[in-house]
Write a new protein. Sequence first.
Lengths: 215, 215
Amino acid sequence: MTGQVRTVDGRVAGRRGQATRQKLLDCLSEMLSSSPYRDVKVIDVARKAGTSPATFYQYFPDVEGAVLEIAEQMAAEGATLTELLQGRSWAGKAGWQTAQELVDGFLEFWRKNDAILRVVDLGAAEGDKRFYKLRMKILNSVNNSLADAVAELQAKGRVDKDVNPAAVAGSLVAMLAAVASHQKGFSSWGVKQAELKPNLALLVHLGVTGRKPTK
Amino acid sequence: MTGQVRTVDGRVAGRRGQATRQKLLDCLSEMLSSSPYRDVKVIDVARKAGTSPATFYQYFPDVEGAVLEIAEQMAAEGATLTELLQGRSWAGKAGWQTAQELVDGFLEFWRKNDAILRVVDLGAAEGDKRFYKLRMKILNSVNNSLADAVAELQAKGRVDKDVNPAAVAGSLVAMLAAVASHQKGFSSWGVKQAELKPNLALLVHLGVTGRKPTK
DNA sequence: CGGTAAGCTGACGGCATGACAGGACAAGTG
DNA sequence: CACTTGTCCTGTCATGCCGTCAGCTTACCG
């Protein structure tokens, strides 16, 4: 997948180089968690990593470029989201279980990577194709699995024919992502995390199967 | 509501001052539509408005402050979203109509103000209380109406008792907002706008009533 | 017409950006 | 061990934006 890691000016990075590069990425990641995206400066990241701005520019064209790199790593790691739906059933009690575990896993993944996902979301919303494709890559596994589930139920005649599986799946995934991004919002809105999850699972189950879950 | 408009150093703004102030806001708004938030610079906004950076700083503490102002104006205008749900029924064919019109109105509002809403969303997700409250203010009308509708149906025994109306309403609103933000994403994902709307309406109807709509 | 406050800008120190050349360092070679 | 090679890092510099201030112009009012 990833060929050789290269510097901006074309040299191949050796062991030491890759270490500093990664350190810069880690520091940037940390920085994104603690300050607004707009205020993250190259010089701060470099200082935090105990190096100089010039070094940063040796490995990345700019902050955006480095963010893309971090997001790429996260996307690879996020392939585990597929497991949340692989071979699961949407029928009866098992369906309710599936919905719950999907919500659980999704929210946790999002919370763990919230800072970087915020930026990816922004970039995608602003129309940047690179961020946009990355967002797809991350959500694709879940999205496809959900769409398949809907399509399958539709083939069995248990879901209306005028339902568009891709549209429903995409909307549900967008919902999960949005709720995860604004989890704190809900809490001060009188809804606790523990209460939020089952209600989300209910909505997912309703969306996929068109029916209330049997608990 | 709005007291007197004041400059940063405390002077009250007169007719001319308010005009330039508004012009700066308009130019900033335009700028946000055409370039990434991170790259919007005070000097560009000032140039576009035919004035100097110093003038900008006379009226706003920084870019963020000006964005808040624009968002505040939009929030006031967005009160019209309430009408989408005021006195509507969720029963039978009327319910389907209600869901469709809600989706329609919501998506249009979001599309019309997408640039500024992106920034508000980011600020809220980053934990900035000012943006966060603003986002609530905008979504509150729809959110409350939806929660009321769910609670009402619940009181009639047509919705399960363990459903949390606020959680469901919040999730649905978050879904609408997220889908609206990434409308372009869906289109290149094989789902056309026209197809998207009825599927969203279906999900909203399912979420509120727990049942498929009668069309 | 003179006073007062609003409105605007040129100019400036400070800082971030991004490029380059050259020094420091590790590893291999004779 | 000296020497070479290629990687790695940083000092430095030109450029450009930030945010502030003093001071000039304009509008209003008695």
